[in-house]
Design a binder for this molecule. Structure first.
Ligand SMILES: Cc1ncc(COP(=O)(O)O)c(C=O)c1O
Length: 376
């Protein structure tokens, strides 16, 4: 839904002068173009890979085998035929929510969460809430968006203790910077976890290949939803991903991505500490962005406009806030280190600091003028 902030961000994204700390995009120079091109050619040239044909709603068997094998290495044993290939994680989230939450019912989410999940839930007439007492919760246990936070053991236990169903969004699970990604909640409870995964953050979101695993009792209904929605996930994309996985060391590639994003995250954190020392953030454990709180409050649209004028963009925090911006809450924002050229990160933070300082130095004067006007 286009609103004023969207318009500003679209304009900024199209402007090469603007350093893009918005958007949460994977780094475009890291897409494995050569390997995917080879996979594309094989997919089209090999007769027994039906890249141009209709397929069953659950997706290509060999692709599902690869996904099952990767999940097994993460500690979650699922059979390939329990996996449904979806058009990105987004479709998996939507199908999952439709299966376990009735229209008009609440779904528990984090106070800061993935905005397109909030949008999807609201479009389905569900009510996202931060209340801990809901029957169904949506969580990102391995790496959250926007915070890049990993749930600790007590949070994992609490999630499993309270909810009847958990939608586990593992979109960034591969992109945890240090150590091995945690075992998915899926491994702990097959009967209560609806698991969402994707190749968007690694191979490329343009492929639109994600996946969904639901408890056995819900599998038939999930497939029905998938078929009703779009018959099947794009055959050509499935074939490309399948061929890529069959001929490349995906795990080694993912390790490279982790090191790359970690370096960028460290660079951005250092730049924010240097140029905006009064701002606060929790160092992310993975993902694409830094969730920061400013040292005070400003009109979000005005700050974004001023930042873009100064040559830098960011994701306004309000989009991630389930309950909206609270009174007296400082301005929050997500700064993405993922897609911006590494040598522009420092300058991005410098421009952001300039925009913030100018806005803040003008704000009291304007408020004072308004006050004196009211007195007259
Ligand atoms: C947490 C989270 N889940 C799901 C998605 C959607 O991913 P996909 O491109 O696979 O639909 C995103 C994309 O930004 C995301 O950040």
């Amino acid at each position: 839904v286009a609103d004023a902030l969207d318009e500003l961000l679209r304009g900024a994204a199209a402007n090469p002068r603007v350093i893009g700390l918005a958007g949460g995009l994977p780094c475009p120079t890291l897409f494995p173009r050569r390997e995917l091109t080879a996979a594309f050619l094989r997919a089209l040239q090999t007769r027994d890979v039906p890249a141009l044909q209709y397929a069953w709603p659950e997706g290509f068997p060999a692709l599902r085998e690869h996904i099952a094998a990767r999940l097994a290495r993460r500690g979650a044993r699922v059979k390939a035929d329990e996996i449904i290939v979806t058009s990105g994680a987004q479709q998996a989230i939507t199908i999952a929510a439709q299966l376990v939450v009735r229209r008009g019912a609440a779904i528990g989410v984090d106070a800061e969460t993935y905005p397109s999940a909030l949008d999807a839930f609201r479009s389905l007439h569900l009510i996202p809430t931060t209340s801990p007492q809901t029957r169904v919760i949506y969580r990102m246990p391995a790496v959250s968006n926007p915070g890049g936070i990993t749930m600790d053991d007590s949070q994992r236990r609490a999630a499993l203790a309270h909810a009847r169903f958990i939608i586990e969004d593992d979109a960034y699970g591969d992109l945890r910077f240090g150590g091995e990604p945690p075992v998915p909640l899926l491994a702990t409870s097959r009967s209560r976890v609806l698991y969402v995964g994707t190749f968007s953050k690694t191979l490329g979101p343009g492929l639109r290949v994600g996946f969904l695993i639901v408890p056995a009792a819900l599998h038939t209904r999930a497939l029905r939803r998938k078929a009703d929605d779009d018959l099947q996930t794009n055959s050509l994309s499935q074939a490309i991903v399948q061929e890529y996985l069959a001929h490349n060391d995906f795990d080694a590639f993912v390790q490279r991505l982790r090191r790359h994003y970690r370096r960028r995250a460290e660079r951005l954190m250092a730049a924010v500490r240097r140029h905006l020392p009064a701002w606060s953030f929790q160092p992310p454990a993975g993902g694409f962005g830094l969730w920061v709180s400013a040292d005070g409050r400003a009109d979000e649209a005005a700050f974004l406009r001023r930042s873009i004028d100064a040559g830098v963009s960011f994701d306004p925090g309000s989009r991630f806030l389930t309950e909206g911006v609270a009174r007296d809450q400082p301005t929050t924002l997500r700064l993405c280190f993922s897609a911006v050229p590494e040598d522009r990160i420092e300058e991005g933070a410098r421009r952001l600091a300039r925009a913030w300082t100018r806005l803040r130095s003008r704000a009291p004067a304007r408020r004072a003028r308004r006050r004196s006007g009211a007195l007259r």
